[in-house]
Design a binder for this molecule. Structure first.
Ligand code: ZN
Length: 146
């Protein structure tokens, strides 16, 4: 690099000369105030962390869980349907196993009833060791621990 003060080629360093950033050679460095260059690592744009989404599915005994949880809260199907803002027939179908709730509804049910309805499906190709507690979805999804 060429020194921006004296014009000599050679090793230069960034420095502030009266508030202006310049490249200075070692001879001229005394005129400026050295700038600390942040480590290259900090300059790099962070790559987004690639996260493998676990496959989620509704547990097979959802109908029993929903019914038991609702009954333990002393609610009728109708009352529960109102609280869920769903049709009573939807609750009936959920509880007799005719309707498997989609994940979105299952999450809502989980929250209302304080139960776990969603489980992580083990992907056959993923070795056990890489399955970790890394999947944190906060309180949105309670992954069943076995
Ligand atoms: Zn110079």
């Amino acid at each position: 690099m060429t020194c921006e003060l004296c014009g000599k080629p050679g090793d230069t360093k960034r420095a502030l000369v009266e508030g202006v950033e310049m490249l200075l050679c070692s001879n001229c460095a005394g005129y400026g105030k050295a700038i600390k260059v942040p480590p290259a690592a900090l300059m790099k744009v962070r790559k987004p962390v690639q996260r493998v989404e676990p496959e989620l599915s509704v547990v097979s005994n959802y109908s029993v869980l929903i019914r038991q949880a609702r009954e333990s809260k002393g609610m009728t199907q109708k009352e529960f349907a109102q609280q869920m803002a769903e049709k009573e027939s939807v609750i009936q179908h959920l509880e007799n196993g005719k309707l498997e709730p989609p994940l979105k509804l299952a999450r809502k049910l989980e929250q209302r009833l304080s139960i776990s309805l969603i489980e992580e499906v083990k992907a056959g190709t993923v070795p056990e060791a890489t399955k970790s507690e890394g999947f944190t979805f906060g309180d949105l999804i309670k992954v069943r621990k076995r």
